[in-house]
Ligand binder design. Structure first.
Ligand code: IVH
Length: 666
């Protein structure tokens, strides 16, 4: 009886998987969506009646109900490379000449693919089942986003067929189809939340959510286009690998073509320049790859990019529209930025209403005026730019040059141009526009992370005079909050609670939150690790600061200046007095091995057993005595034996001592 049910469940799972592949890989569904939903529901019901039979590879188990705690960084077994760009036929022909020369006259052909505008992901399949997926990160290490990747129905949880290598890493692009993007943004506007600038950002944002249930609603999709680590060779050419991928049930872009020479490559590329708008996903160019793997190896790589692969980028998309008005915004350090409000216009899949004019020098050079017809561009940039003004279309009688602000548009205070700089600043220390920006930054996600303090609340707190500096946030009282607009007992309690929680944020977050010029999150972490306490940092001289390798004289100067300004000292002291107690950094040398499990084997030249274990711990990793699929890498010294062998069998990465030292930055 139980056996029968298990069989039935397995049959249903196979059936659902088969229809997934028909739909996503072959673009040839055999059943209606409705029939599919019925099948799926049938499986779900049976599993609900027999929860002991649920396995993680069941199509019903894509979406985890558990919140994600945060993303672990994981090492890529094979680095994820980036590729060089070309923009013209000439440059592409030069690439071909380099290839021809590098292959010393041997015959070769290319694969030509669409360059999907999403984000690169590595999928690791072990014995055909999806075990891990990570973002590209810096190419060597990325974020483990497995829980979110599993929600993408185009990505199989298990691969089909018998010929699947034990270890198979597939690289490809996660993207958001144009329609899903438009729907998502419409919903965002409805909810009063900011829109995503483009489908790529939307896809990236969706993969970084801490709730897989939301990612599951984002309608992401996927195309496979490259091979990472593989335990047994898959094919002789890239094109064959793509065919294998497809046979395994992985979606490969159907517009992938072989080309026998560069002329054919160019024909294909040119044909897409116009056809691309008909696709239901965004592409920003083409990718051209030398087909044979032995020839790829022969060509090797330069710096960070392979010599056998190149991107051919389409010209940036442009649109014409009219400048309806020009606003001046005040930033957190008082910088005034001109922003053009535009007659809404479609550009590269989004509707553009505003464009930054960067600064008044640039604006003057272009001579942008109210009422002008302008050309805007989104050259892979997130924020659209004004690149040209159609002076001929200007109404000469009405048009007036934009006048530089002589006072701050927010507080009416004095403005001054930076010495040797391009920026105009409001120099009023009490400017409330600056204060709001600073507070917004202070509570931001990368700083103190107080998510209940949104812009509308900050606005009220500043306007009512309840908050004049960072320290005032920590002296707010419940009875003050409940009196504010749209603030019930419950939300006030939430705000109090999240402010309270932020008191013990790690030290680096507090340093970053201060908004010291030239000090972002990364520098803040360096300072936190170096000094260990706010007190020590505040007592550091410029000389002491410049001794730190990653800190140059300009950054050292701005840190010193900020921390020795009596006004700032007063605020910091008031914060500490109000119970802000930043958590000191953990005593580790770096986080280079964070989250990793490492097996050490053989005799090392530079370390005793105890020393190496301590070193691994100091860099955030842990050691284990046996090699398994979960091992991040094996550090192999001389005369390594069975553990090294096991690592080879499992396809676990193996480092020698020199590579290990490099990994921990020595
Ligand atoms: S191949 C070494 N193929 O473009 C080869 N990349 O600008 C690695 N991309 O990081 C990449 N479509 O995110 C390749 N058909 C395609 C692609 C593609 C989009 C992305 C990918 C890569 C970026 C480089």
């Amino acid at each position: 009886m139980k056996k029968d049910i298990q069989k039935q469940i397995e049959r249903l799972r196979e059936e659902v998987r088969r229809h997934d592949v028909l739909y996503y890989v072959h673009n040839a569904p055999e059943i209606t969506d409705r029939r599919y939903d019925t099948l799926f529901a049938e499986l779900k019901n049976l599993e609900a009646e027999h929860p002991e039979l649920i396995t993680p590879d069941s199509p019903t188990q894509r979406v985890s109900e558990q919140p994600i705690e945060g993303f672990q960084t994981v090492a890529h077994a094979v680095p994820m490379l980036s590729i060089d760009n070309t923009y013209t036929e000439e440059e592409l022909r030069e690439f071909d000449k380099r290839v021809s020369k590098g292959l010393e006259g041997g015959a070769y052909d290319y694969t030509v693919e669409l360059k999907i505008d999403g984000l690169a992901i590595s999928l690791r399949y072990e014995k055909g089942s999806l075990e891990q997926s990570a973002t590209r990160g810096d190419g060597r290490r990325g974020d483990d986003v497995t829980a979110n990747i599993r929600t993408i129905r185009a990505i199989p949880l298990t691969l089909e067929g018998k010929a699947v290598p034990d270890i198979l890493e597939v690289r490809g692009e996660v993207y958001m189809p144009k329609r899903a993007f438009a729907e998502l943004n419409a919903a965002k506007i409805e909810a009063g939340e900011p829109e995503f600038a483009n489908p790529r950002n939307a896809a990236a944002g969706s993969l970084k959510l801490l709730d897989a249930r939301i990612t599951a609603q984002r309608k992401l999709s996927f195309f496979a286009y490259a091979l990472g680590q593989v335990s047994t060779p898959l094919a002789r050419t890239h094109f064959e690998s793509l065919e294998k991928f497809r046979a395994f049930g992985l979606p490969v872009n159907p517009n992938t073509k072989k080309a026998k020479d560069i002329n054919e490559v160019l024909n294909i590329c040119n044909s897409w320049e116009t056809k691309k708008d008909k696709l239901d996903y965004q592409i920003d160019g083409m990718v051209i790859k030398v087909n044979r793997y032995d020839q790829q190896d022969m060509l090797g790589m330069t710096g960070r990019a392979p010599r056998w692969c190149i991107a051919y980028k389409f010209a940036a998309e442009q649109a014409e529209t009219v400048v309806e008005s020009i606003d001046v915004q005040v930033g957190k350090s008082g910088i005034l930025t001109p922003v053009a409000n535009l007659k809404p216009v479609k550009l590269a899949g989004t509707t553009v209403k505003r464009a930054s004019l960067h600064n008044f020098d640039m604006m003057a050079k272009l001579d942008v005026r109210c009422g002008d017809t302008v050309v805007i561009e989104k050259a892979g940039e997130i924020i659209p730019q004004v690149v040209d003004v159609k002076i001929k279309q200007r109404n000469l009688f009405e048009s007036k040059p934009f006048e530089l602000p002589t006072s701050c548009p927010a507080c009416g205070g004095k403005v001054k141009k930076d010495e040797n700089g391009v920026y105009l600043r409001c120099v009023n220390p009490h400017c409330t526009a600056q204060l709001k920006e600073r507070l917004g930054y202070f509570v931001g996600k990368g700083q103190m992370d107080i998510d209940t303090l949104g812009p509308a609340l900050i606005e009220q707190l500043v306007e009512k005079g309840l908050v004049k500096n960072y320290a005032d946030l920590y002296q707010l009282r419940f009875d003050q909050l409940v009196q504010l607009e749209r603030m019930g007992d419950k939300s006030a309690a939430n705000v109090m609670d999240s402010i309270d929680k932020s008191r013990t944020q790690p030290l680096w977050r507090l340093i970053a939150a201060l908004g010291i010029r030239n000090v972002g999150g990364q520098t803040a972490q360096i300072l936190s690790d170096e000094f260990g306490s706010l007190d020590a940092l505040m007592n550091a001289s410029v000389e002491r600061l410049t001794q730190i390798e990653q800190i140059g004289p300009i950054v050292a100067e701005s840190i010193y200046e900020y921390l020795n300004d009596p006004k700032n000292i007063k605020v910091i002291e008031a914060m500490l007095a109000a119970g802000v107690k930043p958590a000191p950094p953990k005593a580790k040398t770096s986080a280079a091995l964070a989250g990793m499990t490492i097996v050490v084997t053989g005799t090392l030249k530079n370390f005793t057993r105890q020393q190496i274990e301590q070193t691994i711990k100091d860099h955030g990793g842990k050691t284990s005595s046996s090699v398994s699929k979960k091992t991040s890498f094996v550090l192999a010294g001389e005369e390594a034996g069975s553990k090294l062998e096991k690592a080879r069998q499992l396809g676990v990465e193996i480092l020698d001592e020199t590579q290990f030292l490099k990994r921990i930055g020595k």
